[in-house]
Write a protein that binds this ligand. Sequence first.
Ligand SMILES: [Zn+2]
Length: 215
Amino acid sequence: MPLPTATIRNEVSVPLRFADGYTTAARVFSFDGLVDGRENLAFGLGDWAATLTPGAGEPAPLVRPHSECLTGDVFGSQRCDCGPQLREAVERIANSGGFLLYLRQEGRGIGLYAKLDAYALQEAGLDTYEANLALGHREDERSYLVAAQMLLALGVSRVALLSNNPDKARQLRRFGMTVTARVATGVHLCAANARYLATKAGIGAHTLDVPLSAG
Ligand SMILES: [Zn+2]
């Protein structure tokens, strides 16, 4: 299906330093024309420029669409694994060259306050999917349409997808991307997120190897 065309609005270099001391450089892109109207960003990492003109047989850029999680990404919430996933993705993409797409769809697309409402329901015994449904949301409302728009604006039509989520690959293909490989991320397990990760693996069909007895 033809996507509405997005264009690069601006780009700027930003040196990154994470809490554990890891540093790398990013080229940060903003866009015009994204259909969700949000301020989504692409972070070009490592030798991302070389991946835009791959020679024959060379790998596609490593790409991770990461959905915003304020509590996990910024505050280190242990209710989910978003912070460690983001940190891992940045280093792995920097090592091989590619893009991290930071998508402003908080809480599986339901928003920050609704995510916290869902947490409150989880304290009452529902799992993360049941809680979203109880709030009148679908269990996962995330769309990767703008991710495909951003990639096309960057000149990327083939990606090696860094994700455990088969829905990301399915959606990106539907929006015209060639997914040459799906690269699994690590599992970031702790006592506080064990139940969440087990639910993700069991219901969301994520390819996670989670010990179900943990937590
Ligand atoms: Zn999170």
